[in-house]
Design a protein around this ligand. Structure first.
Ligand code: GLV
Ligand code: MN
Length: 217
């Protein structure tokens, strides 16, 4: 058999046998309540000893109350990830609660480790996402309607109704991570050099300084 054919067959077999993981890996035990005092290892926090686990470890009320939306964005995001709810450790899921004042936005951001789905509980919400090919998709949703944002894509929500709005979002990771574009680029520590940002956005350095000053850089 030609060497290249053998190589091709081995490659195909290895791809077939080792499918890439599109979310957190599957757990190898029923539960692993995170011991947040210990440092995370590769795939999560170490488990707290099973003998110390109680009912409380499986419940979380951090998403039950409306958040404070009096801020520049008019939005509150409460995260129900492994850091807030250690019972999620290694289970590959988490949720957020997002409250919006009228006109409030959850600014453009992405989740490097998870696909997001969401449901509108109250109000009228414009949900938008942009693909890696720079195509923008959006729709205004009302109560009970769902959306999905494929992993890593930039997306946002805006309350376009008269009153308050509320959505719950869910992720296929216990710690999806969130890259808030404006803060990431203009509020990093240390700061990205003005020249780099000015050239990237094709504007004067003074404009970059103006934006940076709003993001604490
Ligand atoms: C919404 O986009 C969220 O990340 O909760
Ligand atoms: Mn999101």
């Amino acid at each position: 058999m030609a060497a290249w054919l053998l190589f091709y067959q081995i490659l195909s077999l290895s791809i077939f046998l080792c499918p890439s993981h599109s979310a957190d890996p599957d757990p190898l035990q029923d539960f692993c309540i995170a011991d947040l005092k210990d440092s995370p290892s590769v795939n999560g926090f170490p488990c707290k000893p099973a003998s110390t686990v109680t009912s409380e470890d499986f419940f979380f009320d951090g998403l039950s109350r409306e958040g404070n939306t009096t801020n520049a964005f008019g939005t509150s995001i409460k995260q129900g990830n492994v850091l807030a709810f250690p019972g999620l450790n290694t289970l590959g899921i988490s949720m957020n609660r997002v409250d919006f004042a009228p006109g409030g936005i959850n600014p453009p951001h992405s989740h490097p480790r998870a696909t997001e789905s969401g449901v509108v509980i109250k109000g009228k919400v414009l949900v938008g996402l942009v693909t890696t090919g720079n195509v923008f998709y959006s729709k205004v949703l009302t109560r009970g309607q769902m959306f999905v944002v494929p992993r890593g894509l930039v997306h946002f929500q805006q309350n376009v109704g008269e009153g308050k709005a509320l959505i719950f979002t869910a992720f296929n990771s216990h710690f999806p991570g969130s890259v808030l574009l404006a803060t990431n680029l203009f509020g990093s520590k240390p700061s990205i050099p003005d020249d780099v940002l000015a050239k990237a956005f094709q504007v004067e350095n003074s404009i970059i300084d103006g934006i940076k000053s709003k993001f604490g850089a």
